[in-house]
Design a protein around this ligand. Structure first.
Ligand code: ADP
Length: 325
């Protein structure tokens, strides 16, 4: 079997300079995260705001280096490449962000915006550029006449289509989409999601689809990883995760159990202080026990289904090393 397109191993990232003067406590934004994305497949990264999803995206995109851990793109360690080689490699993985208002320069025409990665990649004549931009817009579901427009005259959905067209310009193998639908109306979300599904089929694109919305994740991702306080707490086939979640946090996200502290599903107390080395979900967990003062490792508890919990509710046998009292 060929190697996965992207492999992230044991990524960690701590920010130390928070607050004025950098005196704030360190923030462990990403803690020992490992992920794989197969060629042409879609992995979702779910979890509430602040759980570390965007930081993982930045590490995978090599926009900043991890403190520890490695990212292999098609077998190439991103830590080891820089300069022109990294720029060339970057053409193969592109990003689309949440806010198409912020990510498109309002002064430029759509033609210039979409052509920018093509210009950077090679010496193309103006005629070829125009033709290629037209093709890319069409691929993203926009008519070629949009080339002459500027972002200010487009709707949110149209802008996100432009951002997607630009991301496709270098014919990438992987799109990293960070909350690509969150800024859009629900009806427009469905249209852009359909576009992504179409691109996955048409181009065999692999995707990392970051979303706090499990209803959207269900529609696009074969596999899902759920993050909580910087760590992946559950990972597996999306269908399994959404119909038979094992981690109490995933169950809470799906509204199946109620967090102990806040009493309302979906109202998790993110940022509740938790003693280092303990399970970060324990302060909010209805099933917390004495063993949870030790952080459970992510382990395969069923085929292809990884869970970081000592006492996954509904799972009969407690894990080795877990004692309730
Ligand atoms: P998510 O994408 O899931 O909302 P983020 O990755 O944006 O989560 O953030 C994870 C944690 O790291 C948060 O506590 C956030 O405040 C912190 N964080 C993210 N980026 C920075 C940064 N550049 N400097 C300091 N803290 C950061």
């Amino acid at each position: 079997m060929s190697q996965p397109l992207l492999v992230a191993r044991n990524l960690s990232k701590t920010y130390r300079n928070r607050g004025l003067g950098g005196t704030g406590a360190p923030v462990h934004a990403v803690r020992n995260v490992s992920l794989e994305i197969g060629r042409g497949s879609v992995l979702a990264l779910a979890g509430q705001s602040g759980s570390g999803k965007s930081t993982v995206a930045r590490l995978l995109l090599a926009l900043e280096p991890p403190d520890t851990g490695t990212v292999l793109f098609d077998g190439i360690p991103l830590n080891d490449v820089s300069g022109a080689r990294l720029r060339r490699l970057r053409r193969r993985f592109q990003a689309v962000f949440q806010d198409p208002y912020a990510s498109l320069n309002p002064r430029l025409t759509i033609r210039t915006i979409v052509a920018e990665p093509l210009r950077a990649a090679g010496n193309l004549s103006s005629g070829v550029l125009t033709q290629r931009v037209g093709e890319l817009l069409e691929l993203a579901g926009l008519p070629a006449r949009f080339m002459a427009k500027r972002p200010g005259s487009l709707s949110g959905g149209e802008r996100q289509r432009v951002a997607i067209a630009r991301a496709l310009a270098t014919r990438p193998d992987l799109l990293i989409l960070d909350e690509p639908l969150s800024a859009l109306d629900v009806s427009i979300q469905a249209q852009i999601l359909n576009l992504l599904l179409h691109l996955r089929e048409e181009l065999g694109l692999a995707m990392l689809f970051i979303s706090h919305d499990l209803a959207l994740v269900r529609l696009i991702a074969g596999k899902t990883a759920v993050m909580y306080e910087g760590a992946v707490v559950e990972q597996g086939p999306t269908a399994t995760l959404l119909t038979a979640p094992m981690h109490p946090y995933t169950q809470t996200l799906l509204g199946e159990s109620t967090p102990a502290q806040t009493g309302r599903a979906g109202q998790l107390a993110s940022g509740v202080p938790w003693p280092e080395g303990s399970c970060p979900f324990a302060p909010s967990c209805p099933f917390a026990a004495a063993a949870c003062t030790k952080e459970p490792p992510l382990e395969e508890l069923a085929p292809d289904h990884l869970v970081a919990c000592w006492f996954p509710p509904g799972v009969k046998a407690a894990r080795t090393g877990a004692t309730r009292s």
